[in-house]
Design a protein around this ligand. Structure first.
Ligand SMILES: Cc1ncc(COP(=O)(O)O)c(C=O)c1O
Ligand SMILES: [Zn+2]
Length: 383
């Protein structure tokens, strides 16, 4: 695999980054994140770096610039200030660290995703992109687009999502309300693509995944500086993009290299909408059965994705290779996690799914040998 060394005008990165399809191995890729040959997932491969977060750093994109696939620094117009990594509690002596993403400008980790996705869209020459959202990604793009007047978007959102979830109204982003759930919103967003428009790609969007990775790079560096060690990661999943991003951060983090073996990755869902949990159990049991959730429901609205099976295989692979697992929690476990900790850190229902899952893992004995757990609190109140 040779490093791509062409100019940004070709839509590729001019830096020491190679783009490779994880399914067919082709390195003939643009910056979209989806392989033109096989429609597989395209990842960025970087030479080793020693990038690490230092106290006082004001922009994660600057700190980890060597680990981003954006051709030109000047295309990045949104700075992402590092968010706190806090020692939330100890369970039988096992430190539970929380990455507090609710402090970001629109209250969720999605701000990082769009801070990397927007420059890549710009550098690809996209003028108008189309996507679907459960609310938080829409709010993040609505906010971020003000820094990219060259770009416009159309987002498809279920009619069940309240207006307030979608962030500021802006002429740069058209909102289409869809009868039905997030799956239906995704279907419409693809079916109604017009000439000159580009599908943003969702899970397959390279910028989104590389942006999501930053939260984990920061957290691993923070915990290492505090003298801790993370061997277990828990995040709430819808498509599983965040967990796949965590796997990339594990490979690329200086801190994790010092720890040796990478952390186990755990995907958390609410029992009332847990298609990935069920599909993973079916994989382990050898049936391989995959059943979409026809009527997704539950407290954590941001992660209500009933049919995650376009991304599931990538997520399951990352989890299996890490020797992690999938875990689901009930509404009362979610409420208990909120009640325990929402005065200490800003946390919404999806974040609480992850935190409740950490408690569940502890109760199940899965943290018995652990030296440290990182829980991604992906959204603040209402997110
Ligand atoms: C707050 C929050 N947490 C977690 C997720 C999970 O997303 P994914 O599994 O697609 O990374 C989302 C997605 O919308 C979210 O908004
Ligand atoms: Zn391919």
């Amino acid at each position: 695999m040779s490093a791509i060394d062409t100019t940004a005008a070709s839509g590729r990165t001019g830096r020491a980054v190679s783009l490779v399809c994880v399914d067919c191995g082709s390195t003939d890729q643009d910056l979209s994140g989806r392989c033109p040959a096989c429609h597989g997932l395209v990842d960025a491969v970087y030479p080793p770096t020693t990038a690490a977060l230092e106290p006082g750093d004001a922009d994660a994109l600057e700190t980890y610039w060597d680990l981003l696939p954006v051709p030109h620094r000047a295309s990045c117009r949104i700075a992402i200030e590092p968010t706190p990594t806090v020692l939330l509690t100890e369970l039988d002596g096992v430190p539970i660290w929380a990455k507090v993403e609710g402090v970001l400008p629109t209250g969720s980790t999605k701000d990082r995703l769009i801070a990397v996705s927007l420059p890549l869209l710009l550098e690809r020459g996209v003028e108008r992109f189309v996507f679907s959202s459960t609310g938080n990604t829409a709010a993040a793009y609505a906010w971020g687009l003000q820094h990219y007047p060259e770009l416009a978007a159309r987002v498809y959102v279920s009619e069940d999502v309240p207006d307030a979830q979608l962030g500021p109204k802006t002429a740069q982003m058209e909102v289409v309300r869809v009868k039905g759930d997030y799956v239906e919103a995704g279907n419409r967003s693809r079916a109604e693509l017009r000439p000159g428009e580009v599908s943003e790609g969702g899970f397959f969007n390279l910028g989104r995944r590389e942006g999501a990775k930053l939260a984990y790079l920061e957290a691993f560096d923070d915990v290492a500086r505090a003298g801790g060690r993370i061997d277990t990661v828990v995040q709430a999943v819808a498509s599983g993009l965040g967990i796949v991003a965590a796997a990339r951060a594990v490979e690329q983090s200086e801190a994790v290299r010092g720890w040796g073996r990478g952390p186990r990755l755990f995907c958390a869902q609410q029992t009332s909408c847990s298609p990935m949990v069920r599909a993973y159990r079916a994989l382990l049991a050898g049936t391989g059965e995959r059943l979409p959730e026809k009527l997704p429901s539950g407290l954590a609205a941001a992660i209500l994705l009933g049919d995650p099976f376009s991304s599931f295989d990538y997520v399951a692979r990352a989890v299996r290779e890490s020797t992690g697992n999938f875990v689901d929690v009930t509404s009362s476990e979610i409420a208990a996690a909120l009640q325990r900790h929402n005065r200490e850190v800003p946390m919404g229902d999806s974040a609480a799914v992850a935190l409740a899952s950490a408690y569940r893992l502890w109760e199940q004995g899965d943290l018995r040998e652990s030296e440290g757990v990182l829980v991604a609190l992906t959204g603040g109140p209402g997110r």
